[in-house]
Ligand binder design. Structure first.
Ligand code: HEC
Ligand code: HEC
Ligand code: HEC
Ligand code: HEC
Ligand code: HEC
Length: 482
């Protein structure tokens, strides 16, 4: 009886039979999971791998096993001189054809859903950021706290179009092996080799021609004295863009639509011995470093690059802080109270100490800060325990967002090129020592890029003039920061 059913022809051997079982199991699981896919809830890193990647392999693997089994079985019979089963005829053939036709339609539906969800899943932030937890934890953590936390990894790392999609999948497969065999580099090197140019990623959301005007930043720095004395710098950065007088300012000079800037870098783009600027009118100026001139063979060997957004904004989303900056920000925002004596100094020391792992750091940061107040400031410890506890939590948070011993990432591992006070940044070129044959120098004049409205002042008058809150002092919270 079984042999008369279409499935009987299809599964008359062990291989095909296993295939049929796999396909049916896959089908039932697929039906069960369909609601989760429908509501886009299938993005948990591990459940996601099972449902989006392993299940389709089982299903299609099973499907492929059916004809392979039949072919192999028939060949074996043929070689053994045994006459194979009589091919179905008449009503049986019709039954078989209808069965194969119907199941093909069902398989196409399931297959396209599988394909769609697998592609979607591999582009999800959960897959990119959380599957290889240890490896991607630093980038994922920084990303989750950044202005781009709602922008998908693939928007910047892959962008639209098939060629980059395929490229990403090929390099992704290589990375999968690196993770499986623990051969990946720690830390992951930056700059990213062959990151897609900004015009295909950043510029799909940001429109450089539309940047305009200036951006005021206010930065309060706290001293490492008992009062945590605050000093505030206010500057107006000339972001620029297109104006009635052409392209101006920072964006106008480097990323305008008609001119372009090319450079040669050595040392992971941190040393730039030569810059070639092609102005919108076609005039070319070559600037060479005069204090550290490169030999022609080093220039030939160096990385040749067309400057784009990423050369300044190399940390638009994986923003790792430095401990001083992170503490200043937390103290400005009030999550660490500047009322606690010596808190900047103590917190800084706790952050800069080396710990075996993140758990030890978590414990010892708390212990060292609490002990300090218990021993030296009993009254503060008794009255302001909640302030101390908040500060501890905040300092632990700073450590955990920035230091990842397992990936060998510590303070300053990834330099930020936007600025010049913590890393060379703009001064890789604007150091006053990059000069052309015609005697032009890439400007180092402070007013080229910003108007410094106040530098390390106790209570800058400009903030009152602008109607902005005064910076926090040793006894009051509040204020604003960049
Ligand atoms: C707003 C754009 C953007 C988004 C969104 C983004 N990245 Fe990045 N990513 C970058 C840039 C830019 C770099 C560094 C470029 C350079 O200097 O080569 C980078 C570098 C990296 C690096 C190399 C190590 C490093 O820190 O330089 C890893 C790994 C990485 N990203 C993973 C991710 C993951 C995982 C996600 C999603 C959770 C993600 N990225 C989302 C822009 C982005
Ligand atoms: C999918 C769209 C998208 C892409 C792609 C994108 N951004 Fe953004 N970007 C945004 C949005 C939205 C904001 C505003 C976020 C906010 O203010 O909360 C933003 C904010 C910014 C800011 C201001 C951050 C701040 O401190 O306020 C910078 C700088 C920036 N992006 C640079 C980049 C660079 C560089 C890239 C390419 C590596 C990029 N963006 C790619 C959407 C995008
Ligand atoms: C020469 C360096 C440089 C280049 C190249 C550059 N930027 Fe900027 N950009 C800056 C600086 C400096 C600021 C202001 C400082 C800040 O936001 O902290 C800024 C600010 C921004 C902002 C925030 C504007 C605001 O009003 O808050 C965005 C968005 C931005 N840039 C996007 C881009 C994009 C997209 C590109 C590429 C087309 C690009 N930038 C190229 C240096 C650069
Ligand atoms: C790769 C080298 C390089 C880097 C890095 C660089 N610049 Fe420039 N920048 C130049 C060159 C070259 C010029 C001069 C173009 C010309 O000849 O007009 C210039 C011009 C400018 C100008 C216009 C000056 C004027 O006189 O109009 C501003 C503003 C500026 N840069 C700001 C910045 C800021 C801010 C940063 C860092 C965030 C930065 N640059 C990083 C190479 C660089
Ligand atoms: C090539 C452009 C450029 C030049 C030239 C330049 N700066 Fe800056 N400067 C910047 C940028 C960009 C930032 C960072 C803005 C930000 O973080 O948003 C900055 C930040 C600063 C800060 C604030 C640091 C902080 O966060 O507390 C100070 C102070 C400063 N610059 C002083 C100077 C002085 C003094 C000179 C002249 C010797 C100078 N700069 C020349 C581009 C420049």
């Amino acid at each position: 009886m079984f042999r008369r059913l279409p499935i009987g022809y299809l599964a008359s051997n062990a291989t095909s039979l296993i295939g049929v079982v796999l396909v049916n199991t896959g089908f039932i699981l697929w039906l069960m999971l369909l609601p989760s896919w429908w509501h886009d809830e299938m993005n948990h890193p591990y459940a996601g791998i099972l449902a989006n990647l392993i299940l389709p392999v089982l299903f299609f693997g099973g499907l492929a096993m059916i004809p392979i089994g039949i072919w192999y079985h028939n060949r074996k019979m043929h070689l053994a001189g045994v006459k194979g089963p009589i091919p179905p005829r008449g009503g049986d053939l019709r039954k078989l054809l209808i069965f194969v036709g119907l199941t093909t339609v069902v398989n196409l539906v399931i297959g396209s859903q599988f394909l769609y969800s697998a592609v979607n899943y591999m582009d999800s932030d959960a897959f990119c950021g959380k599957t290889c937890h240890t490896v991607m934890q630093p980038e994922y953590t920084a990303y989750s706290n950044s202005p781009h936390a709602r922008v998908a990894c693939v928007e910047c790392h892959i962008g639209p179009g098939a060629p980059w999609f395929v490229k990403a999948k090929i390099s992704g497969t290589r990375q999968l092996f690196a993770v499986a065999f623990h051969t990946y580099p720690r830390p992951i090197p930056s700059p990213v080799e062959a990151l897609r140019p900004a015009r295909d990623t950043c510029e799909r959301c940001h429109w450089p021609q539309q940047f305009g005007g200036q951006k005021v930043f206010v930065h309060t720095e706290f001293a490492v004295d008992e009062q945590n004395t605050a000093a505030t710098t206010v500057a107006s950065v000339k972001i620029g863009g297109r104006s009635w007088s052409g392209t101006v300012g920072i964006h106008g000079a480097h990323v305008n639509a008609t001119g372009h800037m090319d450079y040669v870098a050595t040392d992971r783009r941190q040393t730039i011995p030569q810059v070639t600027y092609t102005a919108p009118d076609g005039k070319v100026t070559v600037y060479n470093s005069t204090d550290a001139p490169a030999k022609p063979e080093d220039l030939a060997k160096g990385e040749h690059r067309l400057m784009d957004c990423m050369d300044c904004h190399n940390r638009p989303t994986h923003i790792f802080q430095l401990p001083e900056r992170a503490l200043d920000l937390a103290m400005t925002q009030g999550s660490i109270s500047a009322k606690l004596p010596f808190i900047k100094k103590q917190a800084l020391e706790a952050l800069k100490r080396e710990y075996a792992d993140r758990d030890t750091a978590h414990r010892e940061i708390a212990a060292s800060l609490e002990n300090f107040y218990k021993t030296n400031y009993q009254q503060t410890y008794a009255q302001d325990l909640s302030l101390i506890q908040n500060a501890v939590a905040s300092v632990q948070g700073i450590y955990e967002r920035n230091v990842f011993p397992e990936m060998k990432i510590t303070w300053g591992t990834y330099p930020n090129n936007l600025g010049h006070t913590d890393t060379p940044g703009c001064f890789r070129c604007h150091d006053g020592n990059h000069t052309s044959a015609g005697g032009l120098t890439i400007s180092n004049d402070c007013a080229t890029c910003h108007d410094l409205l106040a530098v390390s002042e106790k209570n800058p008058k400009i903030l009152t003039d602008l109607g902005m809150a005064p910076p926090p002092s040793g006894s009051a919270g509040g204020g604003s920061s960049k």
